[in-house]
Write a protein that binds this ligand. Structure first.
Ligand code: HEM
Length: 567
């Protein structure tokens, strides 16, 4: 009964008589299990269990680093420079309180002339800047985000695309829609892709689209006219949907030269994908990138829809390939033709370094299709709403269009440029309903921004919406719809040239800016030259920031034909 450690010197397994009585840790059954097992098996088991332990330890370690240590370190660095922000919860950061606040704001009624919608569109700014001042940060998941409102710092960020790259949270939402594309890429990959597409979006090239857009709009407006006649002279119309058909036809033309059954099918599938992502975004957890791997209903729907979209694009590409081979012709001069030539290694313009893969083509088709119709159609819908709400501006614009284009309303790019009032109205709509209310960038290395030390991994948020509504930059009437502020150009309307950036600024400015402005002017001018409209009592003002700043329930207007003397 005396303590005698030496009895174990041969090890537990060898000391059989002792083992039978060694029940202190209920080891008997375990030891029985190993009886007769060779030393090599034992070694293998030990090695495997060590490896599993190491992998688990590594995972736990990297999770701790990612979700706890890194955000804490970043916060400390910013706090030392006088930045402040709310406490954050591990994994979710501050998103639950942002969503709760936003939900409360969304339930409030809004008048159409009430442009004070910052707390709906950009709740994090209102929620945290009131409490912590203008040097404020917050967390989305493990990402620490600072809000940069000073236009000269914004300029510095947007100009330096090497140091400040597209950041994860925004990339994530976009990736769910378009995968890796011009919208989401960074570095050399982005430079190469941008070079391929830039020439197609130059003003001189886009001039050739005026006829196509005019044809598309005229066709749709003829349908409106028929419907109005059938309805006895006045009809209610949800304009956003109709406008999106026109912008879809235009982008189809740019991408695929035509809009046949397949491209229409693609449009329907992409609309569905966009709808489901918009729905998914209302779940606070969706903006945490890790959430996407969970097999939730929406995530599975997104994956399935993406597969369907890819299948349709593949069929469109195959048809183009077969036709080009059968007719021994080139792939064509639209964007798809340009990409296919590039994929075959054909020299396109001065572009030789980048060779697009088939997956690149899938993704770019989606990116242009979505970037091309959703943003522009939503913007035009907001413009029509404000023109309906402010009939005096509708009249100004209509008079100008008739003066510039004559009674037959013939339009070309030079005439569009002469429409000063229309241009001012569009700028004011961009300011009040900024379609992409914020931009996100991540610092890829430790750097200095003005006198701020920016550590690697910090995310910088550019709140375009807030900048467009800053009274210091725009004056006391900032919350009013007043296109006149742009009468003497942007530089006289705003204190700072970087205070007006609806299409961003610097090397990554919107590649579709010229196209969007051309389409918007043309569509608005064509509509105003034939119709008069007012807001329907069925319209509910409910702007929401989903993937873009959207009128949640569409835009319902009462539309009637202009009397013959004016049209
Ligand atoms: C009213 C309409 C539009 C608005 C307000 C708008 C706004 C913007 C903004 C703000 C960005 C920069 C986003 C960021 O850097 O985080 C951007 C980028 C982009 N836009 Fe647009 N856009 C519009 C129409 C279009 C159209 C018609 C197309 C294509 C046909 C398009 C394609 C793109 C692409 C591909 C990028 C990424 C450019 C790059 O990073 O190199 N956009 N847009």
């Amino acid at each position: 009964m005396l303590p005698h450690p030496l009895r174990f010197w041969q090890g537990l397994v060898q000391t059989k008589t002792i083992v039978r009585n060694f029940n202190t840790f209920k080891m008997g059954s375990v030891v029985d299990l190993f009886q007769g097992v060779s030393i090599w098996w034992m070694l293998a088991l030990v090695t495997i269990s060590t490896l599993i332990t190491m992998v688990v330890f590594h995972k736990v370690h990297s999770l701790v680093i990612k979700f706890w240590w890194t955000p804490l370190k970043l916060r400390k660095t910013m706090e030392q420079q006088g930045w402040k922000g709310p406490k954050f919860s591990i994994f979710v950061g501050n998103i639950l309180e942002i969503f709760k606040f936003r939900k409360g704001e969304l339930s409030k009624d809004l008048g159409i002339r009430n442009f004070d919608i910052m707390s709906r569109v950009y709740p994090q700014y209102v929620l945290f800047s009131k409490k912590y001042g203008n040097k404020v940060f917050y967390n989305v998941g493990s990402d620490l985000i600072i809000i940069v409102t000073n236009p000269s710092l914004v300029k510095e960020i947007l100009l330096d695309v090497g140091t400040y790259q597209k950041a994860r949270p925004s990339i994530f939402v976009l990736s769910a829609l378009v995968g890796k594309s011009l919208l989401t890429m960074n570095g050399e990959e982005w430079v190469n892709h941008r070079q391929v597409f830039t020439p197609t979006f130059r003003v001189e090239v886009l001039k050739g689209l005026v006829n196509k857009i005019t044809k598309s709009v005229t066709l749709r407006l003829d349908i409106w006219e028929e419907k109005i006649q059938d309805a006895g002279g006045l009809m209610e119309l949800e304009v956003r949907y109709d406008i999106s058909i026109i912008t879809m036809e235009v982008i189809s033309h740019m991408l695929f030269s035509n809009s046949d059954q397949k491209t229409k099918q693609l449009f329907i599938q992409l609309k569905a994908l966009f709808g489901i992502v918009n729905q998914a975004i209302t779940n606070p957890f969706f903006i945490i990138p890790e959430y996407s791997i969970l097999p939730t209903m929406n995530n599975r729907k997104i994956v399935n829809l993406k597969q369907e979209v890819d299948k349709t694009i593949k069929q469109i590409i195959e048809i183009r390939h077969t036709q080009a081979r059968a007719n021994k012709t080139s792939y064509g001069d639209d964007l798809l033709g340009l990409m296919l030539k590039n994929m075959d290694g054909e020299k396109v313009g001065n572009m030789i370094k980048c060779q697009l893969s088939i997956q690149d083509i899938f993704n770019e088709c989606k990116a242009f299709f979505l970037g091309g119709f959703e943003t522009t159609s939503t913007f035009i819908a907001w413009t029509m709403l404000l023109l309906a709400e402010y009939p005096e501006w509708q009249e100004h614009a209509c008079k100008e269009i008739l003066e510039v284009c004559g009674p037959n309303i013939e339009m070309d790019t030079s005439k569009l440029n002469q429409m000063k009032n229309v241009g001012m109205i569009l700028n004011e709509v961009h300011r009040l309903f900024t379609i992409l209310p914020r931009m996100l960038r991540v610092a890829t290395k430790d750097t200095k921004l003005g006198d701020i030390f920016v550590p690697k991994g910090l995310i910088l948020e550019i709140p375009t919406f807030q900048i467009h509504q800053n009274p210091t930059l725009w004056g006391e009437d900032v919350m009013e719809f007043n296109p006149n502020r742009f009468a003497k150009g942007i530089s006289k309307a705003c204190q700072d040239p970087q205070g007006f950036i609806p299409f961003s600024f610097g090397p990554r400015y919107c590649i579709g800016q010229n196209l969007a402005m051309l389409q918007s002017k043309l569509i608005v001018a064509k509509v105003l030259s034939r119709f008069q409209f007012s807001v329907s009592p069925n319209y509910i003002q409910n702007p929401q920031y989903l993937a873009t700043l959207t009128p949640k329930f569409g835009v319902q207007l009462h539309v009637k034909k202009l009397p013959p003397s004016t049209s």
